[in-house]
Ligand binder design. Structure first.
Ligand code: IPE
Ligand code: IPE
Ligand code: MG
Length: 248
């Protein structure tokens, strides 16, 4: 693992990494355990990867923890996940502070229970002054809903005379997203062998490098993060240009 770490070019780190933490359920079922057992173990991976990103000096880490579509899972699993969430935030806030990590939340927070929101507010407040890694939790998140919400707010501001319709451009839309204060992710990782976006950061991932691995989320550790970053560093990001333009 140290070897992988040595190979990473610290000058060319992705500023923002986004992760679809998938495969908790399968990981548990493969061991004859309940799906919640997988979610429980997934928290250990979160801890490890947050630490790994903070050590490297990555500026932003967005973790897809719960999608709006996940509300349709069996009640037992949804409740278990929410309990785990409250419990984890409560236990980890101190560690976040010790490591100068600032917490952010994106998603439709109105769907979250009062208990979850209260716990989140406390943690957001307690970490607000931190200046290290920005940890963005996507909770009850939907990329399409985020865009719809942005369009509604833009329309309202146009109607109120605060904004001119003809002047709405990509930068305007960006400012109305929940992620308005963050740069777009440069690297998006999805674990557990699924090759899709599942409604994650639809606007923001336009030019992200995508990295897929079969490793299930509960098995994902710093070593795997380093592998993903090394893979990212070997790619040529062309943004529509030719290879000669990029290297020249
Ligand atoms: C990801 O693991 C965690 C959440 C979506 C909350 P899954 O629960 O989706 O695990 P699989 O994909 O069923 O294995
Ligand atoms: C995406 O995983 C959401 C999170 C990881 C929180 P899912 O397991 O819900 O996605 P699908 O259903 O396989 O697309
Ligand atoms: Mg899944």
């Amino acid at each position: 693992m140290e070897d992988l770490l040595q190979q990473i070019d610290k000058e060319r780190l992705p500023r923002h990494i986004a992760i679809i933490m998938d495969g908790n359920g399968r990981w548990a079922q493969e061991q004859g355990q309940d799906r919640l057992f997988g979610h429980f173990h997934g928290v250990e991976s979160v801890r490890n990867i947050v630490e790994g990103c903070a050590e490297l000096g990555v500026e932003y880490l967005t973790l897809y923890a719960f999608s709006t579509e996940n509300w349709d899972r069996p009640e037992y699993e949804v409740n278990g996940l929410m309990e785990l969430l409250v419990d984890t935030i409560r236990k980890e806030t101190e560690t976040l502070n010790r490591n100068n990590i600032k917490l952010h939340v994106i998603g439709d927070r109105r769907m979250l229970s009062e208990a979850v929101n209260a716990e989140l507010n406390e943690s957001l407040e307690m970490t607000a002054a931190n200046t290290g890694l920005n940890l963005i939790m996507a909770l009850s998140y939907s990329g399409r809903w985020e865009l719809v919400n942005a369009v509604r707010n833009i329309a309202a501001d146009v109607a109120a005379g605060k904004l001119e319709a003809g002047k709405v451009d990509q930068a305007t839309l960006q400012q109305y997203l929940w992620t308005s204060h963050f740069p777009d992710p440069e690297l998006m990782i999805r674990t557990s062998g699924e090759y899709r976006i599942s409604n994650f950061l639809l606007f923001q991932l336009a030019y992200a490098e995508l990295y897929f691995t079969n490793t299930r989320w509960p098995d994902f550790r710093k070593k795997h993060l380093y592998e993903a970053i090394l893979d990212f560093q070997q790619r040529e990001r062309r943004f529509g240009k030719t290879s000669a333009q990029i290297s020249g």
